[in-house]
Design a protein around this ligand. Structure first.
Ligand code: ATP
Length: 229
């Protein structure tokens, strides 16, 4: 704990840097691959908070099947009662494409200079990084934690090989400072995707146990992803 100054305030220099994780996604819908990965990383990395940030209009992919409000509501149901996992709706409040660099700049501006920001990316998302808007600036604002994804077997593009050679460290717990490095994190491999869940629902099958019960209840109550939609 920090000591009290004569004014009774905690000395800023004595306060530990905060450790904040960010997992962006379409969450169309959120599923156990996102949630279990997020929770395991939050615990393993001793994060103060892991923010799930649903994308409004993803620049790199098709329009989500259900409304932004439904996707947000499902993420909120999914993390209710889990103290470390929080929902950050800021990308849905923007009337622009959701570029991760913009979100990170905004978050960084709200944090202390030595607070640590960790961007979580599944391996597939990491491999697509060179197509992202201003992707080379991302590491100025955050570290990157890459989650293995058992259903993704792509090779990284050349631009990322160079970046990995220059910036990766083998132990995620050894990531130092507020930003600038990359590490791979192990989590329970779960070969679940939102695509698979949408397909199951469209063909009238159950997605029980692939999403939290509260998300299943929301999908059923609103008739989402069924063939008639
Ligand atoms: P879709 O099938 O619609 O493409 P998705 O299941 O990949 O969706 P997204 O919302 O696009 O889900 O993913 C958000 C982030 O979570 C991405 O970084 C993605 O790589 C990661 N992710 C998604 N599913 C898994 C999983 N099963 N294991 C690890 N990471 C995952």
């Amino acid at each position: 704990m920090g000591e009290l100054s004569p004014s009774g305030n905690v000395q800023v220099s004595d306060v530990l840097p905060r450790r904040i994780g960010v997992l962006g996604g379409t969450f169309d819908p959120v599923h156990i691959g996102h949630l279990r990965g997020a929770l395991e990383v939050a615990e393993m990395m001793a994060l103060d908070e892991l923010r799930l940030t649903p994308n409004a209009r993803p620049p790199h992919r098709d329009t989500p099947q259900v409304s932004a409000l439904d996707r947000l509501a499902m993420v909120e149901c999914a993390v209710a009662g889990v103290a470390t996992l929080v929902v950050d709706p800021r990308e849905l409040q923007r009337d622009k494409p959701s570029y991760t660099i913009d979100t990170l700049e905004l978050m960084r501006a709200e944090l202390a200079a030595d607070d640590q920001l960790f961007l979580l990316l599944g391996w597939d998302a990491f491999c697509g990084l060179p197509m992202w808007h201003r992707w080379e600036e991302l590491l100025q604002h955050c570290h990157i934690l890459v989650l293995q994804r058992p259903d993704a077997d792509s090779e990284p593009p050349d631009a990322l090989r160079n970046l990995l050679a220059a910036r990766s460290v083998s132990d995620p717990l050894a990531l130092k400072g507020p930003s600038g490095q990359i590490a791979f994190v192990w989590q329970t491999p779960l070969a679940v995707s939102a695509t698979q869940i949408r397909q199951l629902l469209a063909s009238g099958k159950s997605v029980r146990y692939l999403v939290p019960d509260a998300v299943l209840a929301y999908i059923d109550a609103h008739g989402l992803y069924r063939a008639s939609n």
